[in-house]
Design a protein around this ligand. Structure first.
Ligand code: GCB
Length: 604
């Protein structure tokens, strides 16, 4: 290689690594931030005219330049300032009729003012953008992100131009065969910047990330690591938890990580006493504080133990839909409205389906003592043999764990939902499970599997269960097959000595439609499904919890039946208007009379 080639290569490498490098940032909302929430200007661009030229080459002067005509004769065929606006954070579908069923590109633009200070660095964080985001600051591309439900952060310091700046994001929610999820789902493909956006101001060296939990299966060892970002190596990090008199100065290992392990005897976080400690981390000029709870979660045979005690998970599944806007849930008010109904139902657990939800619901649930199953959208028919699909899924898993690894209420990472059995699927999911365990050895791994059925027997025999800690199983007896009463004849057999959670069961009902219990879509039919399911489920000795499908009706393009579905999946216990169907009260009564803490009496 000639010297010139080498220099060019080096230059190329530097540009690649400088632009677009993602930072896994912990505890975003508790930092020094400028919120970019509010109205953004938008241009709807189904042909991606602002990105490609007429030869379908990437256009270096696309809409992200926010160009204005320099003279009367200048040709510029777009203008953010004269275009519509959309609110951020929120999906675009429920804000603008033109976008209700839209799948494609929308350009978003926001101006912001910033007093640039010497010795500071500036980051931009997006809570989530569905599905692909290309981000530009002042006309320069700063990075790209794929995956609609996880946060991402880029440094923008060198792209800032004094006080007046603008950010443009190309948001594309086109479904892709090789995507995660793939083309085929049973939920609405809401597009847009669906979670908070902020500019974060940090010192030259800052506390980027940390993992502070009880050591695996121990109640008196706090263990973890802290990571700084910046050139200021050699500076110590201080970790303190004042309430338990923990004040430690840590030193860096060769990989720039501050590892620690201390004896401590914290009050344990649990569903009845969700205690959170104030934790403070100081690294150089940067201080960050968080509230962290300490608890253990493990399994023993077919039992789930929370802090050493068997716990029964009285749960409900929930899509990330807002009871307030009837679109994608985005705000803290949305999260609190969902949690209110969950509590009324008597739950101690939610399955957040089918993708990582907003941090605000996880934090609010943590304060209320509600346990969480969190999952990635590896759903149905992913391309198991495509290496890019795998990397995408692994990246979404990594980002999910990265954000929520300090949340005491998150006890289960789920890697897949109802995926068809095959060797390539097993290899794909094994990779994800190994990754999850390497990133976080303190939580349990699950997936929603499918069952085999043979002469009134439900058989748990999916080979995937071999490598799970908890078996999740979806079944729709009485809805997709058989009559609700058939459930009572069924016995359950498992090939694995592991806990079982029924991750889904249910049936559809239109709120307010009353008929006899054999009439589909009536509240009485759904109620009958629940009654018979609960009788059956109560007899399964290795059952450790359930999350029926689902808390609220949710939008789905797969559900067109006029007058009944109208593009809503009607399996909710609550209608979009917030009305409770009859089955809600059956489950409420069941949960309120069922013990949470058990001494191997299986909860009755
Ligand atoms: C399932 C899927 C869920 C669907 C549900 C249904 O098994 O996991 O995403 O929405 O069934 O309603 O059919």
């Amino acid at each position: 290689m000639t010297m010139l080639n080498f220099k060019l290569l080096l230059l190329w490498f530097c540009t690649i690594s400088l632009s677009g490098q993602q930072i896994h940032l912990q505890n975003v909302h508790n930092r020094n931030i400028i919120s970019l929430n509010g109205y953004w200007k938008i241009i709807i661009d189904p042909y991606e005219n602002g990105f490609y030229d007429y030869r379908y080459q990437e256009n270096p002067n696309g809409y992200f330049k926010n160009k204005k005509p320099a003279s009367e004769s200048d040709l510029v065929e777009y203008d953010f300032d004269r275009s519509d606006s959309l609110y951020v954070p929120r999906d675009w579908n429920t804000q603008n009729e033109k976008l209700f069923m839209y799948e494609g590109t929308v350009w978003y633009k926001k101006s912001f003012d910033l007093k640039i200070s010497e010795g500071k660095r500036y980051l931009i964080n997006f809570g989530a953008v569905n599905y692909n985001a290309v981000v530009y600051v002042n006309g320069d591309k700063i990075g790209e992100h794929t995956g609609g439900f996880t946060q991402f952060t880029f440094e923008i310091t060198k792209y800032l131009k004094g006080e007046k700046n603008f950010v443009v994001v190309k948001v594309d929610n086109k479904r892709l065969r090789e995507g995660v999820p793939t083309l085929n789902t049973d939920w609405w493909n809401y597009g847009g910047i669906t979670r908070d956006v902020s500019v974060i101001i940090v010192p030259e060296t800052f506390v980027q990330d940390y993992f502070i939990q009880l050591a695996e299966n121990e109640s008196n060892t706090i263990k973890g690591w802290i990571k700084l970002n910046g050139n200021n190596t050699g500076i110590p990090v201080k970790l303190s938890i004042p309430e338990i008199n923990l004040n430690e100065t840590l030193t860096e290992n060769d990989n720039g990580i501050f590892n620690f392990e201390f004896n401590a005897n914290p009050k344990l976080w649990d569903t009845e006493n969700p205690y959170l400690y104030k934790v403070k981390i100081i690294g150089g000029q940067d201080t960050t504080t968080d509230r962290i709870g300490f608890r253990n979660i493990e399994t023993e045979g077919s039992t789930i133990l929370l802090n050493g005690k068997p716990v029964f998970l009285k749960g409900i599944s929930s899509h990330e839909e807002s009871p307030i806007t009837n679109g994608r849930a985005a705000t803290e008010d949305d999260a609190l409205a969902v949690l209110e109904v969950v509590k009324e139902l008597g739950c101690n657990y939610i399955r957040l389906a089918h993708y990582p939800h907003n941090e605000n619901i996880i934090r609010a649930a943590e304060k209320s003592g509600i346990l969480i199953w969190s999952e990635i959208p590896v759903y149905w028919t992913i391309l198991w043999n495509n290496s890019q699909t795998y990397s995408n899924a692994e990246n979404q898993l990594t980002e999910m764990i990265s954000r929520d690894k300090n949340r005491a209420n998150v006890i289960i990472w789920s890697v897949a939902n109802e995926t068809p059995r095959s060797d390539s699927r097993l290899k794909f999911l094994r990779g994800l499970i190994d990754k999850a365990r390497a990133l976080d050895p303190t939580r349990l791994i699950s997936a929603a599997t499918e069952l085999s059925y043979d002469e009134n027997k439900m058989i748990i025999d999916d080979p995937l269960c071999e490598i799970l800690d908890i078996i999740g199983a979806n079944e729709y007896l009485g809805w997709y097959g058989g009559k609700p009463e058939d459930a009572q004849k069924i016995s359950w057999v498992s090939k694995f000595n592991k806990p079982l959670i029924i991750s889904e069961f249910g049936g559809g009902a239109l709120y307010g439609f009353h008929a006899d219990k054999n009439t589909r879509w009536s509240e009485e039919y759904q109620e009958n499904v629940y009654i018979n399911q609960l009788i059956m489920l109560d007899k399964i000795p290795f059952l450790q919890g359930m999350s029926p499908w689902i808390l609220m009706d949710f939008r789905s393009p797969r559900r067109p039946l006029p007058g009944i579905q109208d593009f809503w999946n009607r399996k909710g216990l609550v209608s979009p208007e917030g009305n409770k169907k009859k089955a809600f009260y059956i489950l409420e009564q069941y949960y309120k009379s069922k013990k949470t803490w058990r001494n191997n009496d299986f909860g009755n």
